[in-house]
Design a protein around this ligand. Structure first.
Ligand code: CA
Length: 472
């Protein structure tokens, strides 16, 4: 009798894995591909004609293309601080672009904040930050001190792309804010002599990490600095755009094309390792395109990087999770803060701090039909600028003018036709919501890039006795 029971149990295990360990699903891998200063209309999935981006487009066509996706700030640093914590960055005083100040622990992400890597590490995710960090250059802010298992990249807000331009050994050789653009690349705490164009090196590092971590849950934060200035591209990519006469646009296109190749290699590797369906991939830009500087194009959106009109904050955004989310276009407003919320929900991790993002999965599977966010908010502290939008399309924005202006984005995405505010219920509601949100925020806790000179005056030791990151 006992023998029969054992046989039956063995049979059950064979025919129905729910009785066996196989049923325990591996937690999904998370890949964030963040590009820097890419224009809204500079990807194929948003209608770009002169730059072909077949690999980036694949994420949108195999997954979700978001037509109303935002970032939480209009320039690099604060936008990244929001993304990596899932919180509006003004909650913790990250309302400015941080300066390169390696001796200053306060120039960067406050230690009270939890990064996505820290959150996922609670479920034993292995993680890598690849490329641009820009969340603090102090040793205590180093990516491997902020939850990442590995780091391959640089600390500054931008970087040179050609190996021969990386002339400074280390942060201890840097003497100016933009000296950070010329340091050698770091892998964890080792200095790497790169041989290829930087964008290709970043791709290789991400692919290599994925190969090494295929058997455990992983998180890749692939933060390409392209197509941020300086505009530098190799012949290999420039030759693809012989038809573009404008030199700036041509170099920009070449840089975007190199990123697209990189995205292709990442997708190919996930497929090869048969982990495509267990990997959620996000693709987005950290802010709108600064078209005057890098030749980007935000299409019909007004303004660009830095602005609280749509061109500064409304970004190209796509996401795929094959086998789980059906391909479709999603039109309701979402924000980069949702990446943290979605990823931690999938990993079943409870965030340490209250978060502002929303788990998008129930909205993308059709389980929920309402809006993930009724209202979204932006503030630029120094400029006394702000914006607030409702899911019904109404937006109030105050930027570089004495008066705030109201638009209906559903009819006027270019913010060209100012609406009458007086006696408007929408206007009153938006302002009320904004004021209530603003009461949660704090003033910036560090002086930013705009105060570069002032900061150096106040801190004459800014670049003195800087400790090297390198493990000797
Ligand atoms: Ca940027």
């Amino acid at each position: 009798m006992k023998k029969n029971c054992v046989t039956l149990l063995l049979l059950l295990l064979l025919i129905n894995p729910i009785f066996g360990q196989d049923k325990v699903e591996k937690l999904p891998n998370v890949v964030i591909i963040l590009v820097d200063d890419l224009g809204y209309a500079d990807v194929g999935f948003n209608g770009c004609k002169d730059i072909s981006t077949p690999n980036i487009d694949k994420i949108a066509t195999d997954g979700v293309k978001f037509t109303n996706a935002y970032v939480s700030y209009a320039v690099c640093g604060p936008s990244r601080a929001g993304l990596i914590t899932g919180r509006y960055q003004d909650r913790f005083g990250f309302g400015r672009n941080p300066l390169l100040a390696p001796n200053d622990i306060n120039q960067g992400l406050p230690l009270s904040e939890e990064t996505l890597a820290e959150a996922l590490s609670k479920k034993d995710y292995k993680s890598i930050a690849v490329g641009k960090w820009h969340l603090g250059a102090n040793l205590k802010q180093y990516p491997t001190q902020r939850g990442f298992t590995e780091f391959f990249g640089f600390l500054s807000g931008g970087h040179n792309y050609f190996p021969e331009k990386l002339t400074l050994n280390d942060i201890s050789d840097v003497r100016t804010q933009y000296g950070g653009y010329s340091t050698k690349i770091l892998h964890n705490k080792k200095r790497i002599e790169i041989k290829k164009y930087l964008t290709e090196e970043l791709t290789d590092a991400a692919v290599d990490f994925i190969k090494r971590n295929k058997d455990n849950p992983f998180f890749v934060y692939l933060a390409y600095n392209a197509p941020h200035t300086p505009l530098q591209a190799t012949e290999k990519y420039l030759l693809r755009f012989k038809n573009i006469k404008n030199k700036k646009r041509r170099t920009y296109a070449a840089m975007v094309s190199s990123v697209d190749d990189g995205v292709g290699l990442v997708l190919e590797e996930l497929k090869k390792l048969n982990i495509e369906e267990n990997t959620i991939i996000y693709f987005l830009s950290d802010n709108g395109g600064p078209y005057l500087y890098n030749g980007s194009n935000n299409g019909e959106l007004r303004d660009g990087k830095g602005s609280l009109y749509e061109g500064g904050i409304h970004v190209p955004f796509a996401m795929q999770w094959k086998g789980h989310i059906k391909p479709h276009v999603y039109t309701k407003p979402i924000i980069s803060l949702d990446i943290f919320a979605t990823s931690t929900a999938l990993a079943n991790v409870k965030p340490k701090n209250p978060i502002d993002g929303v788990n998008l999965i129930p909205f993308l599977t059709g389980q929920k039909n309402n809006s993930p966010h009724k209202y979204l908010y932006w503030r630029k502290f120094d400029q006394k600028a702000y914006a607030v939008r409702c899911d019904n399309g109404m937006k109030v924005v105050k930027y570089k003018s004495d008066d705030d202006k109201m638009f209906n984005l559903n009819k006027d995405i270019g913010e060209a036709k100012e609406l009458e505010k007086n006696n408007s219920k929408d206007y009153r509601k938006l302002i009320k919501k904004y004021n209530s949100w603003q009461s949660l925020l704090i003033d910036p806790v560090f002086l930013g890039l705009r105060s570069n000179k002032e900061y150096s005056k106040k801190h004459p030791d800014r670049f003195k006795n800087v400790k090297s990151y390198i493990n000797k």
